[in-house]
Design a protein around this ligand. Structure first.
Ligand code: ATR
Length: 289
């Protein structure tokens, strides 16, 4: 059944986000918006779970009738061994951010960051033919973006990270499933930028409170796309410089919003959309913080 704003029935569907800490999570605000928008008889709640109790908490979810959950720091990598099945994408990324529980109580793990990233690109730019990509960073976010690009048909990935051992390790991992992954020194040289079709920042540089990512983008080709997964602020120095050069850009809010769609659809039975109103609703949370 569906409701307006009047509360829940005893048949309400349940989902939530497991994290430690979890108070900073934007997921309850995001899913809460869609629940209200679609008049769903359901709830999405923060679930503070310390690392040593993750096993217990995961096993409790089907017992409590949860349809599924999201996972955030520090649980995304540690949960894999606790699940009945894990998607190929999540295995490649080495992290799970979405759990889906079936009628038998089996828990399936997936990672929606990859499809979230590609959907944010399509949303901002339209369909893009795969080309040569430079990925800045080599952490968990870089891994998800690299797997997303590979699964979308990009084969040449150039990894550029301050700590070169980390980009080498990521390149080895990506080669193990067919990528032409190359490592370049940090920061990317103008000659490397000149050959790139797509430049993506997955580092924390440019985030509020962090140093800026101040790259000279002059040598990027005119057709290049520049994407930043940082979304506080929404327009980072990198994106501002890219726009000043007349390049097409993709901001980080789209990935955050699009990655949530698959979980919501699986748990609550309605496929939600990323709309300008939703973006405004989420941006208000950054202003309140
Ligand atoms: P996540 O899992 O969110 O990607 P992470 O693993 O902490 O987070 O990765 C953060 C990324 O930002 C790393 O690529 C990091 O580079 P190092 O591997 O050299 O640490 C990058 N990063 C953070 N601060 C940086 C800085 N001041 N200069 C360059 N890169 C930086």
């Amino acid at each position: 059944m569906t409701l307006s704003d009047h509360g829940l029935t005893g048949a309400a569907k349940l989902a939530g986000v497991l994290g430690w800490p979890v108070a900073h999570s934007l997921s309850p605000r995001l899913h809460g918006y869609w629940l209200r928008h679609h008049h769903v008889d359901g709830a999405y709640v923060p679930l503070p779970v310390p690392p040593e109790r993750l096993d217990q908490a995961i096993r409790a979810l089907p017992v409590l009738g949860f349809a599924g959950a999201n996972l955030t720091i520090p649980h995304k990598e540690n949960v894999l061994s606790l699940l009945q099945s894990v998607s190929e994408t999540a295995r490649r990324i080495g992290a799970v951010n979405t759990l889906i529980i079936n009628g038998q109580g089996d828990i399936h793990g997936h990672n929606t960051d990859a499809e979230g990233f590609m959907a944010s690109v399509t949303d901002a730019i339209g369909d893009v033919a795969p080309g040569r990509v430079i990925i800045l960073g080599a952490g968990g976010a870089a891994r998800a973006v690299a797997v997303a690009l590979l699964e979308a048909g990009y084969s040449t990935l150039i990894l550029c990270n301050r700590t070169v051992e980390r980009s080498r390790a990521l390149a080895d991992h990506l080669r193990s499933f067919g990528a032409d992954a190359q490592v370049q020194p940090w920061p990317p040289a103008p000659e490397a930028l000149a050959r790139a079709d797509f430049l993506i920042n997955t580092t924390s540089l440019g985030m509020r409170g962090q140093p800026d990512l101040d790259l000279d983008l002059q040598s990027l080709p005119d057709h290049a796309i520049v994407s930043d997964i940082v979304y506080t602020p929404l327009e980072t120095t990198l994106l501002r410089h890219a726009k000043m050069r007349g390049l097409r850009t993709v901001d980080g809010l789209g990935m955050l919003l699009h990655q949530a769609r698959a979980g919501f659809a699986a748990w609550f039975g309605v496929a939600p959309a990323v709309t300008p109103e939703l973006r405004t609703h989420m941006l208000a949370a950054f202003k309140e913080a």
